[in-house]
Ligand binder design. Sequence first.
Ligand code: PAF
Length: 285
Amino acid sequence: MRIAKSKEDLRASLKDLRAPSDKVVLVPTMGALHEGHASLLRHARDLAGDGGLVVATVFLNPTQFNNAQDLDAYPTSPEADVLTCESCGVDLLFMPNPDVMYVSDHSMLVEETSLSTTLCGETRPGHFAGVCLVVLKLMNLVQPTDAVFGQKDYQQLAILRRMQRDLDIPVLIHAAATVRAADGLALSSRNARLSPAQRAEAPMIRQALLAAKSDYETGLQAPTVLASCRAQIEMLTGVSIDYIKLLDASTLKLVTPQSCTLVLAVAVFFGDVRLIDNIELQNQG
Ligand code: PAF
């Protein structure tokens, strides 16, 4: 596996490694890699096949953090990340510093204006503009044929698909299923910051989402389902809800009678650790 730290190294490595007819599959990450990222990387390896290239990036992107403390507290593990990438069959790992990615007077915004007005976009202003900016830059640098993102970040995936569509970016976006611990907690780099007591309670988020799905799909009305899910999460100790919303999955707007697939999305704080999760519900009507 090659490692590039500058744009010049990245371009030179891509020139050496890429074969014109083969796939180049990009997996952007912010590092602190866990089994969830490993599954994205393995998915990318499968997509790329024997002749294709898997390019992973590890970059803790400052422009997507609206809160400096959250950025400072974000875990990092660069040495372990290199080993994870190697063991998952990555061919080229790009690990730039912030000053490599952003010149000091950078002033471009990449703003999505519909899907990002709710959920994390509402409670973390500017977050998705930062995500879109860095992903677009990484796509421009790597020029992948394909890119893989996780479904845990449901809204992010929807926005990146919209960016690809609306800006005509020649890349196929693939979604990889959320990887969970045996007790159902969605894997996240932030889980490492939970106390043992918080870690023991955190799987209840998944339990509440599963109960909501079953309630909705056996005929309970959406507002009742949402209220009951909220009540279950509110019962957890030391938890505050950032949001819990039931939306049309394709528009991320209010559910209408025409909505076929719904998404129930939650963000909760365990102390200062913010966790997100989601589940899709099918309209039985
Ligand atoms: O999902 C993430 O880890 C980040 O938002 C991403 C897509 C790597 C952009 O920094």
